[in-house]
Design a protein around this ligand. Sequence first.
Ligand SMILES: Cc1cc2nc3c(=O)[nH]c(=O)nc-3n(C[C@H](O)[C@H](O)[C@H](O)COP(=O)(O)OP(=O)(O)OC[C@H]3O[C@@H](n4cnc5c(N)ncnc54)[C@H](O)[C@@H]3O)c2cc1C
Ligand SMILES: Cc1cc2nc3c(=O)[nH]c(=O)nc-3n(C[C@H](O)[C@H](O)[C@H](O)COP(=O)(O)O)c2cc1C
Length: 601
Amino acid sequence: MKNQNMFDLLLPLSPEQLNNVKKLESTCTNIQSAWLSGYFWKVANQKSNSVSLKIDESNKNNQIITIVSASQTGNAKLLSERLYKFFNKNNKTTRLINAIDYQFKKIKNEKILILIISTQGEGEPPEEALSLYKFIMSKNAPNLNNLYYSIFGLGDTSYNLFCQAGKDFDKRFKELGARSLLNRFDSDIEYEENYYQWSQELLRSIDHNNKDYKSSSSLLEQEKKVIISKSYYTKKNPAQAVVLTNQKITGRNSKKDIHHIEIDISNIDINYEPGDALGVWYKNDTNLVRNILELLSINSSDKIKIKDNILTIFEALKNNFELTTNTKNIVKNYAILTENKFLKNIISDNSNLQSYTVQTPLIKMITDHPSKLSSEQLISLLRPLTPRLYSISSSQQEIDNEIHITVGVVKKLISGCLYLGGASSYLTQSLKPDDMIKIFIESNNNFRLPTDQNTPIIMIGAGTGIAPFRSFMQQRDNDGSKGKNWIFFGNPHFTEDFLYQLEWQRYIKKGLITNMHLAWSQDEEHKVYVQDRIRENGKEIWSWIEEGAQIYVCGNASNMAKDVEKTLLDIISENGSLNFEDACEFLNNLRLNKRYKRDIY
Ligand SMILES: Cc1cc2nc3c(=O)[nH]c(=O)nc-3n(C[C@H](O)[C@H](O)[C@H](O)COP(=O)(O)OP(=O)(O)OC[C@H]3O[C@@H](n4cnc5c(N)ncnc54)[C@H](O)[C@@H]3O)c2cc1C
Ligand SMILES: Cc1cc2nc3c(=O)[nH]c(=O)nc-3n(C[C@H](O)[C@H](O)[C@H](O)COP(=O)(O)O)c2cc1C
């Protein structure tokens, strides 16, 4: 034991690593050895400190670290809170701010800024970071010569523009003169390990010494305790609830399959507010799992170790891995493992790989190119399953012991075959009353009803985007709020797709809903969408805005939300006599004052 410690001090390599170094050394020329020594020196410097941070020594203890959390669905928020606690435990004076509340015009006064940011939409920053993003990218952004920063990007490799928001900030911060404390980390959906490594390196970088925090198990334990000790149910510690109702609410002839699902929470201590989303841990479809195993000649009772648990490969695929989303990495690794000529050709060209990945669900790739793999090889290809979020469509004050959600099945028809989304098909096709479901609340403080109950609100939603507005109306009804309520709702057909029609009619009769405008895209000769209805009512919308109305948008991020925003800008421009730039500034101010809120996906 004593010898082992001496060995660690003198040579910080394990015997296996030493062996590998010796093997490499024996194959190198003198020039190659010299190059390698320089190379490793550079790697070591990049790992510990990418720049040397010159902190005013007299002021070292008062150096404030600002952590900005830019999150849409809670992951970046969770990590920001963890980093905040971790830094505080390590005696760093730290403040944690949500991007929406960050006074970005004062960014030039910052010394150390840490940004934890996810990417949303198609390579865009999360909603709460949009104003910060616009400012930093604009010509008004200040010189940031005095700023040291680090960015942790969260994303998903199944999207084309992986971690783009973090990349954009990184590039722009550099252009503005800021210095990176540590190279940016871009993390896929399994971000835990990356986050851990980044946070340790970041702390070292700030401390500017090489204390090994990883070996300090007490610190790690403390950090873990902070996360686990939260009293409410979380993504990692979901509640088990019972399904009460699962009812299709679109008509028989509708192209959409949308379900209203009610969940009983009477035996669980769970609280939510209008605007929150429900996190759902889903299970993969049994037939899908069987097909994959059959196509790869894997026995479904093969045992496999996942973390510390031994499971059958069937159970593992059913509960622990994503099977419905494909990524470029999966295609690449499958091509290599199976040595499939067609796929190898695809992966040799990045744009081919990109379009193949987008167009080919995992099961289609395996069906078209079956092979023989071991359970371990299959698992090595897959990403861990992540829960999906659904806007809560009920108010707890109105219905007490239940949570309602409104789920649309995601489906793709490719060459005559129908491919369904993992969670949406589980929720709508397989869940029955009395089934158990694993859930948690993902709170969303950026999508709340106004605190002043007299404030008028305008709600714009298409398809399942109507869900949170049902919860808003239940809440306002329950509160007896006097504020006016205006709903814009769009879907394909009046007869098939008027979600919650009777409830809206009841609220209109009661006087709770002041205005309701509907857009049925397939009922008229020309397609009519919510943005068309908004434009038709531009003058009145402007007068509501002047009265202090808050505007809410929920639903599809790529089309609906963009078109609605464009229409709002036109209305502001026309009615406020503003040019386009000033209209953008006006809308941005509404966003900053929490009067323009979007929950888009
Ligand atoms: C904050 C938030 C609130 C949400 N609220 C609701 C809600 O109230 N009701 C609701 O139905 N959904 C809602 N969603 C979307 C929901 O979380 C899932 O993304 C959706 O159900 C698809 O998940 P899935 O597992 O079925 O599909 P996956 O298995 O993830 O996807 C299968 C395939 O379909 C593609 N795909 C996924 N979604 C879409 C899409 N919308 N259009 C086209 N292709 C797609 C994927 O890229 C993949 O190729 C919300 C999302 C967020 C982030
Ligand atoms: C609607 C939607 C769009 C997304 N778009 C992208 C994208 O373009 N690029 C990417 O890398 N990740 C994308 N993601 C993945 C998220 O960045 C990832 O899930 C991240 O962990 C979310 O962090 P957050 O919970 O802090 O928002 C998207 C996720 C959703 C729900």
